[in-house]
Design a protein. Structure first.
Length: 64
């Protein structure tokens, strides 16, 4: 049995029906769209969607 560690960063949003494959790392504040299949690492603040998931944009940095 081969086990791979999946890492999900802080403040990540994963919408319903999304699949995150074993061994994938999702960076801080990233967004995974509903129904996406994440097969590769996701950079911090990225917005990913699709099958397989691709970066479609990045969250902006705002100060409050």
């Amino acid at each position: 049995v081969v086990r791979k560690k999946t890492v999900i960063g802080e403040y990540v949003v994963i919408f319903a029906g999304a699949v995150v494959c074993p061994g994938v790392e999702i960076g801080d504040k990233a967004v995974v769209a509903a129904g996406a299949v994440v097969t590769k690492n996701v950079p911090a603040r990225a917005i990913v969607a699709g099958v397989p998931a691709k970066v479609i944009g990045y969250r902006s940095i705002t100060k409050q």
